[in-house]
Design a protein around this ligand. Sequence first.
Ligand code: CP3
Length: 351
Amino acid sequence: MGISSNDPLLLRAARGEVVDRPPVWMMRQAGRYMKAYRDLREKYPCFRQRSEIPEVAIEVSLQPWRAFQPDGVILFSDIVTPLPGLGVDMDIAEGKGPIIYSPIRTEKQIENLRTLEPEESLPFIRTILQALRQEVGNKSTVLGFVGAPWTLAAYLVEGKGSKTYSVIKGMAFSEPAVLHKLLAKLAEAIATYIRYQIDSGAQVVQMFDSWAGQLSPQDYEVFALPYQKWVFDQVKATHPHTPLILLVSGSAGLLERMAKSGADVLTIDWTVDMADARVRLGKHVKVQGNLDPGVLFGSREFIRDRIFDTVRKAGNWGHILNLGHGVLPDTPEENVAFFFETAKGLKTAVA
Ligand code: CP3
């Protein structure tokens, strides 16, 4: 695939082409640390308005694009956004995250979940993605994203975010067949949703299995990995050229297993040294990451040094520069600007 095309940098790097510098974007690059976002939030106080009214979601997605010209522009949305399309009533509470009004605890509730019809329940996603492609052209890559089956099941079963995951683990370890039924239904909906995002203009799609790192490796192999793989296989069968990225939070003990998911790129968090990640995964696995989001509270010298260090350790192939997780709410905007300027000024030959 060495043909140099007009495709944007991040897309080419994610496909495995050799590029001049690592593409750079940030998870949660739109959001609370930006004054423009906080101002807009006063006008649209509900998260669902900000993410489901196309003009507002387009505006929010483009705020970091206008401010920093990242190599990736991600759809402003949430992993729970498709759930109402399955017949699940939800909201996203300020400072708390998703709330599911009737948590799923019985087989009957699972049987009653509807089949996702994105054109009917998520038409705003098509409008938003098309507008983002139109706006950034070939200057940046438009990313879509979804939650993975285990992580969405965690919200559905717990009813909200959790520190212990005791309800879903209770289900997993006492009635595994019930949970597998839910995971299989979610996997089908997520595959449908990824295809819809790609058909609407997403050039790369990231799957967040944020809470899969809460599982022991042996349980990850039963409740998370097979469903990640099933989703990726389904999407690859119809859309083989769209790179797929996987993120698991707290994944240091799972890296080798994550590589079995079939993802094209694995997100590495900052609890793993990038050089170690490269050794553990082998040189054919593409990686994304992995600065500590806390680095952006540091001095300019510190931020610059960490960027250089990460890029040097990742080597000059198959690396998307990013934080190891989302940018934190109180991060100084000027440090985000400095991060992007420095990263975009790099040439592969960092001394
Ligand atoms: O601009 C982008 O990068 C897209 C932003 C994005 C949001 N949610 C917007 C959002 C992304 C990628 C997500 C995915 C998401 N949502 C994940 C996976 C990523 C991860 O963190 O591991 C998860 C677990 C969720 C569930 C969720 N939604 C949480 C935990 C929260 C945060 C609660 C809080 O207030 O800290 C939300 C709400 C949410 N989704 C916010 C944003 C910007 C914060 C609320 C707000 O700004 O109004």
